[in-house]
Design a protein. Structure first.
Length: 184
């Protein structure tokens, strides 16, 4: 596989680590909804810490992407596929930054700090307390979480289509093995 047609190892590590953490965080949030209050608080403590991890990794991934060339889309992509791929990636980045920041902001409006796996505490933002605004931000945060899961599903379906139907190596672009189709 040519590095020019596939993503770099660093980009792959960012991609797969963030992907696993997003799915894990979604499952944690879902599990907290069906847990006792005490269990939910413990689950959400992990959810918040993982969210901060996603934020840091996403900022690292954005920095990497802005300073390193990424591979072009395969030449067989239709115009709408290219637009959908680019739009989906932009929305992913917005949500991967916005969801953790929104969660941190909502916690701050509730006067809560974020415990990072018992290692250290991330202080509340200096915004003052406003429970109503915190609740509104949590609602938007929840909606954003649902949207990102739908985007993950769309992203997976697209990768599978390109790999198994179009046979242009869609998944191989983000794996250290496999065959990548022709670039533009």
């Amino acid at each position: 596989m040519s590095q020019a047609r596939g993503y770099s190892a660093v980009a792959m590590i960012f991609h797969w680590t963030i992907a696993v953490l997003v799915i894990l965080n979604w499952r944690l949030a879902e599990n907290a909804e069906h847990a006792s209050r005490e269990q939910a608080m413990a689950i959400f403590a992990d959810h918040k810490a993982i969210g901060i991890t996603i934020l840091v990794l996403t900022l690292g991934r954005l920095a990497w992407r802005l300073t390193h060339k990424w591979p072009p889309l395969p030449s067989n992509y239709a115009g709408w596929e290219k637009m959908l791929a680019r739009t989906t990636h932009v929305i992913f980045y917005i949500l991967l930054v916005g969801l953790p920041l929104g969660g941190w902001l909502a916690n701050s409006f509730n006067g809560r700090e974020v415990e990072y796996f018992g290692l250290f505490t991330i202080p509340a933002l200096p915004v003052g307390e406003n429970e109503g605004l915190a609740d509104s931000i949590y609602d938007v945060h929840s909606l954003g979480g649902q949207i990102i899961i739908y985007l993950v599903a769309l992203h997976i379906l697209g990768a599978l289509k390109h790999t198994f139907i179009d046979k242009d190596g869609g998944i191989a672009r983000m794996l250290p093995f496999g065959r990548v189709g022709k670039a533009q």
